[in-house]
Design a protein around this ligand. Structure first.
Ligand code: SF4
Ligand code: MG
Length: 334
């Protein structure tokens, strides 16, 4: 099967007042039609900037300086903004982290979905109204026929999120990018929204790029997983490999920090330290200051990719077969 999305060596800079920040630094990934691919990591590691780069909707200070982003083989970085507008909404669309940022407060929900439909599907007036009602029903908005004529402020948080999902799905995209789609929702609505995304995916054979820091959501939704840290991918794995034997120390520490693993009265085992500044050039592993298994080599040599299984790769010196096990143990416990 041909890839639907191919991102190759993507580099996205943010021009801040001081040094430019490499928000995405040499990232490559591929997504197949119909597949759910999760991009997992803490906030500030470049997940949202990756999504906004693919949509070509970066903030003013953002700039893609290198790489390719191909949709069905077409490099969208070469397209004019006019051509890109025909792809956005129709071929790729996005559910944003914050629904209020993508809903227009002065238009009714129906008017906003109508804009997407008019741009991409060219239906008659009646068919458009019918389609809007259907979409809102599909995302579980009760009394859709009446409620479609309400404004965003008349919708609760969960309803706004559903309306935004309806809008993202209106153009029947081949790829849906969902950036923390359920973070703001309570558990029941969260389950309904994920279920809905899966139903529409099955019906339309839509691919989903799911961006999240929630391992539970990843386990439920994704076939493949990329773990992102400090602007780059550090582990790429099938769901089974990832959940049975996470390979990168960062992935392992993410699992160890799950609240379910602790006794109730123990403090949450959060990973010590924070993501390093992406304004610097790295000469070793980006995770070295927080890694509980670091070797001497990790400080001055950038780890390359190593295969772990046929469906799992990791960017970590621990997997360099030539290092004898004894050296690993010594370095881990100096
Ligand atoms: Fe830890 Fe070294 Fe692996 Fe980086 S390369 S994750 S510092 S063991
Ligand atoms: Mg984010």
């Amino acid at each position: 099967m041909n890839n639907l999305l191919e991102v190759e060596n993507l580099e996205t800079l943010l021009h801040t007042d001081s040094a430019p920040v490499r928000a995405v630094d040499g990232l490559s990934l591929t997504i197949l039609p119909g597949e759910t691919f999760a991009l997992l990591g803490e906030s500030g590691c470049g997940k949202s900037m990756t999504a906004l780069s693919i949509m070509r909707l970066l903030p003013q200070v953002g700039e893609i300086v290198a790489g390719h982003i191909k949709i069905n083989g077409t490099d969208i970085l070469q397209l004019s903004e006019k051509d890109m507008r025909t792809i956005r909404g129709k071929r790729i669309s996005m559910i944003f982290q914050e629904p209020m940022l993508s809903l227009n407060p002065v238009l009714t929900i129906a008017e906003q979905i109508e804009e997407v439909l008019d741009q991409h599907l060219h239906l008659s007036k009646d068919a458009t109204q019918k389609r809007i009602q259907e979409l809102l029903e599909q995302v579980g908005i009760p009394d859709a026929l009446q409620r479609m004529h309400e404004y965003p402020f008349q919708f609760s948080g969960g309803m706004k999120q559903r309306a935004m999902i309806a809008m993202a799905l209106a153009g029947e995209p081949e790829l849906l990018i969902a950036d923390e789609p359920t973070t703001a929702l309570d558990v029941t609505i969260q389950a309904q929204v994920l279920d809905l995304m899966r139903q529409i995916q099955q019906r339309k054979h839509m691919a989903i790029l799911l961006i999240t820091h929630d391992l539970g959501v990843v386990a439920e939704m994704a076939q493949r997983i990329a773990v992102m840290y400090a602007g780059e991918i550090v582990e790429l794995a099938s769901r089974d490999d990832f959940f049975h034997h996470p390979a990168h120390p960062y992935s392992q520490q993410l699992f160890a920090s799950l609240p379910g693993k602790q006794k109730r009265d123990q403090a949450l085992n959060v990973i010590q330290g924070s993501v390093p500044s992406l304004a610097q050039q790295f000469s070793g592993c980006r995770f070295v200051d927080r890694c509980n298994q670091a070797l001497a080599i990790c400080h001055d040599t950038i780890p390359p990719w190593y295969p772990v299984t046929s469906d799992q790769q990791v960017r970590c010196h621990l997997y360099q077969q030539s290092i004898p096990a004894i050296t690993r143990a010594e370095s881990a416990n100096p």
